[in-house]
Design a protein around this ligand. Sequence first.
Ligand code: ZN
Length: 155
Amino acid sequence: MSDLHDLYQEVILDHNRSPRNFGTLEPARTQQGHNPLCGDRLTLYLRVEGDRIADVRFVGTGCAISKASASMMTEAVKGRTLAEAHALFDAFHEMLTADGATGPDEDLVARLGKLAVFQGVSEYPTRVKCATLAWHTLQAALVDTPAVVSTESET
Ligand code: ZN
């Protein structure tokens, strides 16, 4: 089990060191996300063509988990249809919020592929928000919400 944890950690650290799809995109929908609990901030650039995510990039600052999650999220949804992206978001969210005693469904984790490396994060509730920030930001970008999305209600 600790080998598995090391592997997960290695993947996350690699994406943190060299995030994929890091940079800006013009023209594109932009959406900002903020996790005040940790100080993670990111701006997501999204180009949708038809019902497909043609391109997606991000810039931001934050902890290793938030950056790695944004990097892997962009890899996972690029080229996918909006419905597929929504399904991935749901599966990812479900994996991270699954009951700690029983853990997430194996089929669900299998569907997530590489994104399953974040499964260990579910043991740390404050870190779950770091891992889901990019996904919440994507959701907001898909519905074209103008405001900054936050993992905490700031009103
Ligand atoms: Zn964080």
